[in-house]
Design a protein around this ligand. Structure first.
Ligand SMILES: Cc1ncc(COP(=O)(O)O)c(C=O)c1O
Length: 384
């Protein structure tokens, strides 16, 4: 009989947990050395050397508590983005701010709205408050903003829009977000999650499109919180640091809910240095875009459907049970994320790695799914 089931709160009883990709720390050093980890959208190049140096310096002062308000970093980010420091809130990863926003705005009887097949933490953060999450159907592997507007009711307080979306890698066009902003009711706050902003910006500049006007909305004082993170393009996922940009009053309410000293001084120092190393970001996003093209092309030759990515990963329909393929890929030393839990049993999400890592991944795909298919495709094209 369960000892604590009747004691824990109802939201906790009803919640599922988060299952992350394989943590490197849990495997033996031999496997660690060989494993190509393409399951968590981490940065294959790691952090900027300048951030690593800054961490080293900060370590010597580890006996002191960090600045709870992250004031230096807030000021730096405000200047970087052309905003006021009060419009910036730094948290232990952007997911921590997702949690704070939910605790601040939601309660049992209220709801938040997002799309199916989006970032898993939205449901965890909402369910922890006892509120409910409404998930609208997707359109073309992306958010259907009209469906979201239709789903909003008087009990709604938050809409989550991951742009680009995890795990489908797709982007909502800037005009559609503009239109959405004009139509979203006043009692609802848009949480625009731009965790992959730097990658999306680079893709947009290559494609000659505009990625996002998110900071204009913040400057206009709209009911929006834009989330950014140091976990992806900056390569600092292990340090847990991210931030939100939004209305000072709302961020101040969220700040009341946060744990004291939750962002370490090492993370703050690393982030300060990472903002200054834009050259590192450029190298990371350039490799990503080049490799996205190469991988998409190669996977298409095996009859895999790959969505056009605006992120550092690919959403790929293998046309067969992806959990089985993912297990076999892992036997070959490559870890990817199968997406059955997202309602896409034939799909995987694979992080775009270094050219060498991607070659290993493709070699394993060729061995597992590719051989027969490549032959079939060649045969068919010879016949036509
Ligand atoms: C859409 C989205 N938002 C936020 C995050 C997490 O960011 P952080 O590491 O800052 O908590 C991720 C990470 O995978 C993500 O995909």
């Amino acid at each position: 009989m369960s000892q604590f089931f009747d004691l824990v709160s109802k939201p906790v009883r009803n919640m599922g947990g988060y299952s992350p990709g394989m943590p490197l720390q849990t495997v033996t050093p031999q496997v660690q050395q060989k494993l190509i980890k393409l399951d968590s959208n981490e940065n294959p190049f790691g952090p900027s050397p300048r951030a690593v140096e800054a961490m080293g310096r900060a370590l010597a002062f580890s006996s002191a508590y960090p600045d709870d308000d992250c004031a230096q970093l807030r000021h730096k980010l405000a200047e970087h983005h052309g905003l006021q420091p009060e419009q910036v809130m730094v948290t232990a990863g952007s997911t921590a701010l997702l949690g704070l926003l939910c605790q601040t705005l939601l309660a049992p009887g209220l709801n938040a709205v997002t799309s199916q097949r989006s970032f898993i933490v939205y449901s965890l953060a909402v369910n922890a408050t006892g509120a409910s999450l409404i998930e609208t159907p997707m359109a073309n592997d992306g958010f259907d903003l009209n469906a979201i507007l239709d789903a909003i009711d008087e009990k709604s307080r938050i809409v989550f829009l991951a742009n680009p979306n995890n795990p489908t890698s797709t982007l909502v066009d800037v005009g559609m977000v503009d239109n959405f902003m004009a139509r979203i009711p006043g009692h609802v706050i848009l949480v625009l999650d731009e965790a992959y902003y730097e990658f999306a910006m680079h893709f947009s500049s290559l494609r000659g499109t505009t990625h996002s006007k998110s900071l204009d909305y913040v400057r206009q004082g709209a009911s929006i919180v834009v989330l950014r993170t140091f976990s992806k393009a900056h390569g600092l996922a292990g340090l847990r640091i991210g931030y939100g940009l939004g209305p000072p009053e709302l961020l101040a309410y969220c700040a009341r809910m946060r744990n004291t000293f939750s962002v370490s001084s090492v993370a703050q120092a690393a982030a300060m240095a990472a903002v200054d190393d834009q050259g590192h970001i450029r190298r990371v996003v350039t490799n990503n875009a080049d490799q996205a093209l190469a991988l998409t092309d190669a996977l298409s030759k095996f009859a895999c459907r790959v969505a056009q990515t605006s992120t550092n990963f690919l959403y790929c329909d293998l046309g067969e049970d992806a959990s089985i393929v993912a297990r076999r890929l892992q036997d070959e030393g490559v870890s990817v994320r199968p997406l059955r839990a997202w309602g896409a049993p034939n799909c995987i999400r694979v992080t775009i790695g270094t050219p060498e890592q991607n070659q290993c991944f493709l070699g394993a795909v060729r061995k597992i799914v590719g051989h027969n298919r490549a032959e079939k495709i060649a045969l068919n094209s010879n016949r036509t």
